[in-house]
Write a protein that binds this ligand. Structure first.
Ligand SMILES: Cc1cc2nc3c(=O)[nH]c(=O)nc-3n(C[C@H](O)[C@H](O)[C@H](O)COP(=O)(O)OP(=O)(O)OC[C@H]3O[C@@H](n4cnc5c(N)ncnc54)[C@H](O)[C@@H]3O)c2cc1C
Length: 384
């Protein structure tokens, strides 16, 4: 049965159970994990047990066989953990590092990496960004040189989510030095391979419970069967992956924005100044009305993109729009919520400061605002 335009009764049941899990098993630890600078691995295994890491993957690999909206529900409801870090780490596992395995992997690769990732037994990370190649993915320099029996990889990656504790990396590397974006390939790399070096965990403004690592590859030998998909197709395959990444990121951003807005609405109803709750000042009420409207609009765009994506379309322009809008709305909501809480909003004891710091990443990670605009402008034919 359909509930609303996009969701069925099954989706709504799933929503309820993920929300319950996030509120009961994750949210009580959010602050402690933030202070510790990390959350424990049991979150992956527990979510694997509950089936949440493979909702949209085929049952033959241990997945739930659901549609793409199951992942949207997951991203929205995990926001209820109050930890953007957990949501981001899980999004990397479910919606970024593993979809290329299902799409392009061999049966052996699916059994070796996808099945345990769905169970939460193997943690995944995605290695694209390098110190000298961020927005310009086509300029990556990490080089996989063909050697007898496999490849020898040298180079480095930066800002890698889950990078310090992952069991494997979905890695984009150059396999031809002179062929530009046509000379790249994707590999699946076990992180215990000699030469895979976690150089350091990076200290961040927000998402502090998520590990973000700098990785070096030092004469790292990987076997021939580490190649994921066709040699030379890596750039195209990663561009395909990025569409799912941006959509999940947008859904998570809107989930977080909703939670923040709900919290600040409560606050403005309770906080009394000049003899009345501050929400009874039109200046604040109308701003909240604007924010609620923007959340609704951004969420509708996310749902339309998800519907198209789920029906086999590849709506790059609309996904870029959804990512751009959702990230901006999420940060605006967090910023305004902090403002509506006055000095209390600026104190570390209230979670809104964390939402503000976490939401800021949305405008950078997975492609910056500027790059989203660049894609939209290109698809509008402005540079033709
Ligand atoms: C916490 C965190 C987690 C991350 N996780 C991962 C991960 O798991 N895996 C991974 O591979 N990467 C990850 N990233 C990397 C992220 O995707 C990049 O940071 C992002 O793509 C931007 O690249 P950059 O930081 O090198 O910025 P740059 O590309 O150097 O950009 C700097 C500024 O210049 C602007 N700019 C660049 N080119 C143009 C242009 N043509 N027109 C207009 N403006 C432009 C950008 O928009 C930006 O404002 C993560 C980043 C962070 C901060």
């Amino acid at each position: 049965m359909t509930v609303g335009l996009f969701f069925t009764e099954e989706h709504e049941m799933l929503r309820k159970s993920i929300r319950e899990f996030a509120e009961k098993e994750l949210a009580p630890h959010a602050e402690e994990w933030e202070e510790q600078g990390g959350f424990p691995d049991w979150v992956f295994t527990r979510m694997g047990e509950l089936g949440y890491l493979g909702l949209h993957y085929p049952e033959e690999y241990g997945g739930g066989g659901g549609d793409y909206f199951c992942n949207i529900v997951l991203a929205e409801e995990l926001a209820r953990s109050g930890s953007g870090s957990v949501n981001m780490a899980i999004a990397v596992q479910v919606g970024m590092a593993t979809p290329p395995i299902l799409a392009f992997g061999t049966e052996e690769q699916k059994q070796k990496y996808l099945v345990p990732a769905i169970k939460g037994e193997k943690i995944a990370c995605l290695g694209i960004t390098e110190p000298n190649a961020g927005s310009d993915v086509a300029s990556i320099q990490t080089y996989a040189e063909k050697v007898p029996g496999g490849w020898k990889v040298n180079g480095n990656k930066i800002f890698i989510t889950n990078g310090a504790r992952a069991h494997f990396m979905t890695l984009l590397a150059r396999t031809e030095k002179t062929k530009g974006y046509k000379g790249m390939s994707v590999f699946l790399v076990d992180t215990d391979t000699p030469g895979f070096v976690v150089n350091r965990k990076l200290d961040k403004v927000g998402m502090r419970a998520s590990d973000t690592a700098e990785i070096f590859f030092e004469d790292m030998f990987i076997p021939e069967d580490a190649l994921l998909g066709e040699e030379g197709r890596g750039f195209y395959n990663i561009m395909w992956e990025l569409q799912g990444e941006r959509l999940i990121g947008a859904a998570a951003a809107i989930g977080g924005a909703r939670l923040t807005l709900e919290g600040v609405i409560e606050y403005t109803k309770e906080r009394v100044q000049f003899g009345k709750p501050i929400c009874k000042n039109q200046a604040i009420a109308h701003r909240i009305a604007d924010l609620a409207t923007k959340i609704e609009a951004a969420q509708s765009l996310v749902y339309i993109c998800a519907w198209k994506y789920d029906h086999g379309e590849y709506p790059v322009k609309e996904i870029s729009m959804a990512k751009l809008m959702a990230a901006q709305v999420a940060f605006e909501v967090a910023d305004e919520a902090l403002q509506f809480m006055g000095g209390y909003g600026y104190m570390m004891e209230y979670p809104v400061q964390r939402a503000w710091r976490d939401a800021r990443l949305g405008r950078i990670g997975g492609g910056t605002d500027e790059i989203m605009r660049e894609i939209i402008a290109t698809t509008l034919g402005l540079y033709a």
